[in-house]
Design a binder for this molecule. Structure first.
Ligand code: IVH
Length: 707
């Protein structure tokens, strides 16, 4: 009886470990959570009755350990090395030339490219297939024993191979059977917190009103060095392995690529974006695709590692200090840097929101010099305890504007100064207000010049009324010269007014950039066409469709899609200004908050006055419902646009296609009906051609639409 139960116990351990592997390593579970829990509970029950049976590879032993007083030191069986950096393809080629000079076998070498994960190096020991010890890198010779903490990471197999049969996925069996599992196997990997899990962790902390973490790397490092493994267990740590540091009593592969395959077959998590190439140039080309594509990775990577595949050759090449010559870290441009916070300025937005802006000591981030960054809002400064003079961590990634992540508290000298948010608007001097349930502070003075400036900027912008030629500089002059007190005033500007502000613009530009040689006054200059052009552009804007006017006046919460729906549903501003919250909520995507914000906007006297002026100026478009989507000539067709078109702007072409019933999407697929091609197209053209998607130009598009 007991024997039978013991067999069942062994079976359950293997099963739970296997399903754990399917879930945490392969990210492909084959049973439901409920079934998993059932197996685990059965296992726990047996262990409760037979505590003497429990072994270290039992899945129940992951978070059982008690807090430690300190970490013991562990000497690594071989040095845990570092990597030399390459900043770009030229550096990588120079590395190749250097190693080629040392050993001509490099000429025929293959290269493995792996992500350089921004985490923490860990060293895992397996004896007879059981996970027995794990350490931090430490100084490369001696690390700290963090076995109990590492056990809590479910991606780390407690026993390898996880199961011989199940890991033998097509042909991979050979990866194990060609070799012999060493009695002592020491594997190195990188422990980290995936970006999504990090964001979720911070969101939870924020909701609980607790302090959030700076970045995934610091959090992973802190989590692994907790004395209480229960704390480590509560953090979403995972890992990827990439190296066999040491092996004894067995046979392991001697090529990096096969090591990765072998480790994978044993049940370890291995980066799935790793590739092997026959020459350096292909390896560089692949590496560079990840420079642009790094956001597709689920973890932070600060580069890719290029490794000579033949590990015997790599070892023969030797080291420079702690850096092996056989591999190089191809670094991506940094996206996070530290710099000094020199001061905090406050900007006033279109809706009166005050936004604190960090004035920074100039610093390069990813090839761009950054001098300022957003600090989000005043609560953020307070929560993060950001002080003037602090060293701050600043991030600039992709399209988002640079932002401050937080202070480097350890770098404080004591001279840093606390910041006090303003009690008055920096633009108009009136007292600022705070609304219940919102973090933002507002300047509620409707006549605040800073707000007016942002309002006009928004109104004339490409996404709204698209008035060409009215740039930020001109708008500023218009507002400063009191020629406009709201956006409707734009339509009563005369050519003479525009000539005056144009003159002022020219004067300011000259002042900024004085001409090197004195301007000859005798030669006749061609008459300046700008005032007339501006006048015409403003007149043209009166014909803009309703949705653009709705976007232009700036109603809190109403973006492009909603403006389109409002315009199609209500048809004109007379109707829209009298609708009820209930009417609005019949529109898909309009919730009570937005509905209230719309009704509120139309009920404000200043906005009523603005609408009256717009109507008088003839800016009162109506949406005839004739252009209903299904009836247009382009209905049922999907379009992708690439490059610059001769007459239509980005938004313009979208509007054109949609007004004729067509649909515009971002990327080309087999289902795309047409690619509309302009000048300087991107990679979409290649894709369209390879998929056999028809390519047309603007003229052909217009013909299709029956224009
Ligand atoms: S190889 C000889 N491969 O980057 C082996 N390192 O400065 C040398 N890292 O401390 C390391 N991902 O913590 C290697 N795929 C990868 C890596 C990687 C991240 C880290 C590692 C090391 C640092 C190099």
């Amino acid at each position: 009886m007991a024997e039978k139960l013991l067999t069942r116990y062994e079976e359950l351990k293997a099963q739970v470990n296997f399903h754990n592997y399917r879930y945490h390593v392969l990210d492909a579970p084959v049973i439901s959570d409920l079934e998993y829990d059932r197996l685990l509970n059965e296992l726990k029950k047996i262990e409760a009755d037979h505590p003497d049976w429990i072994t270290t590879d039992s899945p129940t032993q992951r978070a059982g350990a008690r807090p430690a007083d300190r970490f013991e030191k562990i000497r690594h069986p071989a040095p845990i090395l570092s990597l030399a950096n390459a900043f770009g393809a030229e550096d990588a080629r120079a590395w190749y030339e250097r190693v080629l000079k040392i050993d001509d076998r490099v000429e025929k070498a293959k290269f493995v490219v792996e992500p350089k994960i921004d985490g923490l190096s860990v060293v895992l020991h397996y004896r007879d297939g059981l996970f027995v010890q794990g350490a931090t890198r430490g100084d490369g010779e001696i690390g700290e024993d963090i076995t109990s903490n590492l056990r809590t990471i479910r991606a780390i197999p407690l026993k390898i191979p996880v199961t011989r049969e199940q890991t033998a996925v097509k042909g991979k069996q050979a990866s194990i059977t060609n070799y012999q599992l060493p009695r002592h196997l020491v594997v190195r990997g990188e422990a980290f917190i995936p970006i999504k899990e990090f964001d979720e962790l911070n969101k939870k902390l924020e909701e609980a009103g607790e302090k959030t973490y700076l970045n995934p790397r610091n959090t992973a490092a802190g989590s692994l060095r907790q004395l209480d493994p229960q704390l480590t267990a509560s953090r979403p740590l995972t890992l990827l392995v990439y190296q066999i540091v040491h092996s004894e009593g067995g046979k392991v592969p001697t090529s990096q690529w096969e090591i990765l395959e072998y480790l994978k077959a044993l049940g370890f998590p291995v980066a799935d974006v790793a590739r092997r190439f026959n020459n350096l140039e292909s390896a560089i080309a692949y590496t560079e695709t990840w420079n642009e594509g790094r956001d597709k990775l689920s973890y932070e990577a600060d580069g890719m590692v290029i490794k000579i595949d033949d590990l015997n050759l790599a070892a023969d090449l030797g080291f420079v200090g702690k850096d092996p010559r056989g591999a190089i870290a191809f670094k991506f441009p940094a996206r996070e840097v530290t710099t000094t916070l020199l001061g905090i300025e406050v900007e006033v937005g279109r809706t009166g929101v005050l936004t604190p802006k960090a004035v920074l000591e100039a610093v390069e981030i990813g090839g761009v010099i950054v001098r300022s960054a957003t600090l989000h809002n005043f609560d953020f400064i307070e929560e993060k305890d950001i002080r003037i003079g602090d060293r701050v961590l600043v991030k600039r990634a992709g399209e988002v504007i640079p932002y401050v992540i937080g202070p480097v508290v350890d770098a404080r000298s004591g001279k840093e100064k606390k910041y006090k948010p303003p009690t008055t608007c920096p633009a108009c001097g009136q007292a600022v207000e705070h609304f219940e349930g919102e973090v933002a502070w507002y300047c509620v003075n409707a006549a605040c010049p800073a707000q007016l400036l942002r309002n006009v900027e928004h109104f004339v912008s490409r996404g709204a009324m698209d008035i060409e030629g009215l740039g930020t500089e001109l708008v500023k002059i218009l507002v400063e010269s009191d020629l406009v007190s709201d956006v409707a005033d734009l339509f009563s500007l005369t050519i003479k007014d525009l000539a005056v502000i144009n003159e002022e613009l020219n004067r300011r530009r000259r002042e900024k950039n004085p001409p090197k040689t004195p301007v000859k006054t005798s030669t006749k200059k061609a008459p300046d066409k700008r005032p007339e052009k501006l006048f015409n552009a403003i007149s043209e804007a009166k014909k803009q469709p309703l949705q653009r006017v709705i976007i232009g006046v700036g109603i809190h919460g109403v973006g492009e899609v909603m403006a389109k729906d409002l315009s199609a549903t209500f048809g004109d501003l007379d109707k829209l200004s009298t609708v009820s919250i209930e009417d609005l909520m019949t529109i898909e995507g309009v919730g009570p908050n937005i509905a209230e914000s719309i009704v509120d906007w139309f009920s404000k006297p200043s906005n009523k006055k603005l609408l009256g002026k717009l109507k008088k100026a003839g800016v009162w478009p109506t949406e005839s419902k004739k252009a209903s989507k299904a009836s247009g000539k382009l209905s049922g067709l999907t379009f992708v646009v690439t490059g610059t078109l001769p007459t239509l702007s980005r938004d313009g072409v979208k509007e054109f296609i949609e007004s004729h019933g067509g649909k515009v999407i971002d990327s080309v697929s087999k289902k795309t009906s047409y690619l509309v091609l302009g000048e300087n197209p991107g990679s979409k053209l290649d894709k369209a051609q390879s998929l056999g998607v028809k390519v047309i130009d603007e003229a052909e598009l217009k013909k299709l639409a029956g224009r």
